[in-house]
Design a protein around this ligand. Sequence first.
Ligand code: NDP
Ligand code: 8X3
Length: 251
Amino acid sequence: MSKPIALITGATSGIGEATARCLAKDYRLIICGRRQDRLTKLEKELAEETEVTTLSFDVRDRLAAETAISGLPAKWQSVDVLINNAGNAHGLSAIQDGQVADWDAMIDINVKGLLYVSNAVIPGMVSRQKGHIINIGSVAGIEVYPKGNVYNASKYAVDAISKGMRQDLITEGIKVSEIKPGLVQTEFSAVRFKGDQERAEKVYVGFDPLQAQDIAETVAFILSRPAHVNIADMLVLAGAQASATMVHKKN
Ligand code: NDP
Ligand code: 8X3
């Protein structure tokens, strides 16, 4: 029997890329992101372990998301697992100093993009009465922190959408889980600070942050539970992190 299929958004970096590596043993993979060069590289790397196909599209573009997913060849159409991971923070500014373009990006990618991809995948899961959706939320989706405003709002939305999906899809044989990571050392802060690498690195100084692999293993654990178990919601923090704003730094 062939392996089930997992579609992972944001697989060109960080949590999504680590998740692809982690799931390769047990799943065939549809890896998504805008940067085709990175997708091709990862596809080549994982090809020894599993079948991989790539989809390059911007999750903000509803038509592109729909076209890419509906255009998958027949053998890739039955998506068993959807990992809605693509997303980022753009900027860290008090609301009065915020850039409207950053707000648009966060709402369009983290919220609307997740919905567009889900909308393209859920009908197939419903028709098969089978599936598992894992949304990557954040500790930022349960605690607002200073200057987080719109990023927080986008992750609160992911939390609400995850809860809503779980209620609506319960009758359709589809599990919905949400993982809420704390500080994970990925390209996240470099994106938030628009390429300012020095500022990005400072976020993770003085403590051992989570690594993308930690969240990838959490995804794999949730998926490995038997059919009668759904891990609905997991907050995963670094050992030195007690809340969105409290991190015990050594210097
Ligand atoms: P990275 O910046 O390392 O990865 C982000 C991924 O999202 C990339 O693969 C990127 O691919 C993809 N992406 C971004 N914008 C788009 C877009 N418009 N269309 C398609 N894909 C897009 O960050 P992380 O791995 O840390 O972030 C992954 C998720 O985890 C995000 O939802 C983030 O909010 C969440 N998270 C991160 C935490 C952290 O501290 N790092 C903590 C809590 C949650 P590409 O650029 O190739 O399109
Ligand atoms: C990412 C973690 O604390 O930078 O969601 O918002 S945080």
